[in-house]
Design a protein around this ligand. Sequence first.
Ligand code: FAD
Ligand code: UDP
Length: 370
Amino acid sequence: MMKKYDYIIVGSGLFGATFAYEATKRGKKCLVIDRRNHIGGNVYCENVEGINVHTYGAHIFHTSDKEIWDYVNQFAEFNRYTNSPIANFHGEIYNLPFNMNTFNRLWGVLTPQEAQDKINEQRLESNIKEPKNLEEQAISLVGTDIYEKLIKGYTEKQWGRKASELPAFIIKRLPVRFNYDNNYFNDKYQGIPEGGYNVIIDKMLEGIEVRLETDFFENRSEWEESTLKIVFTGMIDEYYNYQFGKLEYRSLKFENELLNLDNYQGNAVVNYTDSDTPYTRIIEHKHFEFGTQDKTLITKEYPSEWKPGDEPYYPVNNKQNNELFQNYKKLAEQEDRVLFGGRLADYKYYDMHNVISQALQLVEKEFSNI
Ligand code: FAD
Ligand code: UDP
């Protein structure tokens, strides 16, 4: 029987949009649906007073993969923004990621050797042989002073769990450097698309049928009947009706303030690393694009445990959840008409470049014999 669509793509985030763009380019008829009232998923931006506001938290594109960099550059020009967040611990200001500026401010050390000696001394005192969790990993990398001031409070607010109960890999995302380089990422390419991320998503989905405020689960059988295949980028446990139990996610509440001043904090990202401040960071969006507007918009980010109805921003990739995910993955692997991908369906802490790369790999697999 003829189907109306070749692919129905559930989710218009970077994964869904990349897949839809590539499939359409290959002559496939696609429909993209999203339960939100806009396209773009978590990279969506709203324009307020000429400022591109990162509605779902600060998004900085970075990659070392030239193919991915060239790929996104076909949709937008990128500026030269380099992420250099500041940490505020009870009013003390430190540079991130952990580097000689941080070590000097904290200990007064002047040389890389002095900094390394200080860290080694603290590492030996803590007697950690093989780091088994985030706390031990952090202390092994940067010592107890930095762990106490810049990591513990932030991490426990962000994840709602003790740092000693979290996986070590989370902290390995952050570089530790014995030079004065405040660039948060080690990647070769970095920047913000000029005009915000919508420029990319709009181009990817140009000419493709999109239905917003449309939840796949509300008309599941109708969608299943009208398409040859489905690409699902939502929560995998929800897709399978939570039959093995719920995966855990962290959510965020964003509190925006439009201020009648041109510069609130002098930087796009300031992390509040103490445990007393209830938010983890304040984002001042105009600095992502070197904005010169008279006003400024800031966002405070409050982490919370995900519950149904909230947006699931971060998978909690501890052992228990990863094992649970494997049960869902086994079901997913048996599907012949449904393809899964993206941060929620793969239940992985993917960055944007990872998501695009995964989507392109799926495209390759799906269309290899065309
Ligand atoms: P999403 O963007 O989540 O898109 C999934 C879409 O599916 C959503 O629009 C959702 O509404 C829709 N959907 C879900 N279920 C249904 C359903 N049942 N029916 C219809 N629609 C549905 N990455 C970086 O590279 N750099 C950064 O600086 C960075 N910062 C981040 C900051 C925060 C606060 C967060 C949360 C993430 C950050 N990321 C960053 C990661 C980045 O957001 C993701 O890698 C990327 O956006 C994921 O794209 P996606 O398409 O997989 O998922
Ligand atoms: N982190 C921290 N202090 C900081 C910034 C980050 O302890 O000032 C830790 C925290 O556990 C966080 C992890 O490092 O979850 C990864 O940080 P990243 O900035 O990559 O987080 P994301 O941008 O994904 O929110």
